[in-house]
Design a protein around this ligand. Structure first.
Ligand code: MN
Length: 206
């Protein structure tokens, strides 16, 4: 294989539902902006850094490693977390409620009850300082789920822990619909969370 041959770029995943499918919890305008503009920007950002890296290698010039790695971590983190997020939500009427199956067992075993998990996850989401995420991830080494409170897209991340579900609480995720009321957006999320998808991820881990 020639050097550089077969290299792929990051690309924006298509949503599995229409932009208006999550209304009233997420409006068409909000979802379209979020997916087409904000997520796309992280895809572009990651690809741009790889282009810079490729060029620097080709020209044998040094890179500003610290700045570049930091930026790359931010953009790739943004791309991966958003990609998971779109799968973690379902059209209004098809998601939400209490989970069943493996995820229900996992949550009850860890948190004592689904209600306790929901409370802890909501608290993690509403209290992120600035922009970030609440993420439910699996610590496969001890078979226990845990909640990560991610700042930006890449701070407080535990490496290698598989994402079961995540919730974007950047202001760009809700400003059209909820203005500054993050707590109300988080409340809305519980009506569209896609437990079927989360159960599929669970099944892949076990
Ligand atoms: Mn976002």
């Amino acid at each position: 294989m020639n050097k550089g041959e077969g290299i792929k770029s990051f690309s924006l995943p298509k949503l599995r539902y229409d932009y208006n499918a999550l209304s009233p919890y997420m409006s068409e305008e909000q979802l379209k902006l979020h997916h087409d503009k904000h997520h796309q920007a992280y895809v572009n950002g990651a690809n741009a850094i790889f282009e810079k890296l490729d060029k620097a290698r080709k020209d044998s010039v040094d890179i500003d490693a610290k700045a570049m790695m930091k930026e790359l971590s931010f953009h790739i983190g943004g791309h991966m977390l958003h990609s998971a997020f779109w799968d973690c939500i379902a059209p209004a009427g098809k998601g939400g409620g209490k989970p069943g199956g493996a995820i229900a067992d996992l949550l009850i075993n860890e948190f004592g009850s689904f209600e306790r998990f929901k409370k802890e996850f909501s608290m993690a989401a509403t209290s992120v300082e600035g922009s970030g995420w609440a993420v439910l991830a699996m610590q496969e080494c001890v078979s226990r789920p845990l909640i990560m409170q991610v700042e930006k897209h890449n701070v407080n991340v535990f490496p290698g822990f598989r994402i079961l579900m995540d919730l974007d609480v950047w202001e760009h995720a809700y400003y059209v619909d909820y203005k500054n009321d993050r707590a109300k957006f988080v409340e809305g999320f519980w009506n569209v969370v896609n437990w079927d998808y989360v159960n599929k991820v669970c099944a892949m881990i076990k």
